[in-house]
Design a protein around this ligand. Structure first.
Ligand code: ADP
Length: 171
């Protein structure tokens, strides 16, 4: 799988699927979640409500992923995943990496060849940005998937520069 780094707004990405850093309630929230629901419109919310009424009655567990329509977004699907809240006193990084892996697994089932990811947990959930980038790249590099291109969408140029540095660091 090819990994690309870009800056900008994930809701504008013309890819097969965009990943949403959702919360377990799946009914919208702040940050990228709010943006995706705003642009995706009522169809995305309706699909999330349906999941909550059926298979995900108790919400989506942290580290797991589920797909819905992308509504009015240019992508075909939204893959919702729930990142862990950062905690300095416990290592939740396996759950963070699991978000990327689980999202790719859902993408495989959908037949999505291009998938755009936000930097999961690095907003309201407080994950330090550089480590969030490192976890994302570690998970994406190791993933066993049919997805051809994963695009990590950094929200601004300074984060993009940081991500490029992390990507180019010797492993
Ligand atoms: P979390 O609750 O997982 O921390 P947030 O939505 O608060 O989720 O932030 C996740 C990441 O998405 C952050 O790095 C934030 O800067 C970024 N972000 C917020 N809005 C957008 C957007 N429209 N496009 C791309 N990235 C975004």
């Amino acid at each position: 799988m090819q990994i690309e780094l870009v800056a900008g707004d994930i809701t504008e990405r013309h890819v097969d699927a965009i990943v949403n850093a959702a919360n377990s309630g799946l009914l919208g929230g702040a940050g990228v979640d709010g943006a995706i629901h705003r642009v995706g419109g009522p169809e995305v919310l309706a699909a999330c409500r349906e999941l909550r009424a059926g298979p995900l009655r108790d919400g989506l567990p942290t580290g797991q992923a589920v797909a819905t329509t992308a509504g009015r977004l240019p992508a075909r699907w939204v893959i919702h995943t729930v990142g862990p809240v950062y905690a300095a006193d416990s290592d939740r990084s396996a759950l963070l990496r699991s978000c990327y892996v689980a999202s790719l697994r859902v993408a495989d089932v959908l037949g999505a060849a291009t998938v755009a990811f936000p930097l999961i947990s690095a907003g309201v959930y407080g994950w330090p940005v550089q480590d969030a980038i490192r976890q994302a790249l570690t998970a994406l590099r190791a993933a066993d998937t049919w997805v051809a291109t994963a695009r990590l969408v950094l929200f601004d140029d300074s984060r993009l520069e940081l991500a490029q540095q992390v990507l180019n660091q010797p492993r």
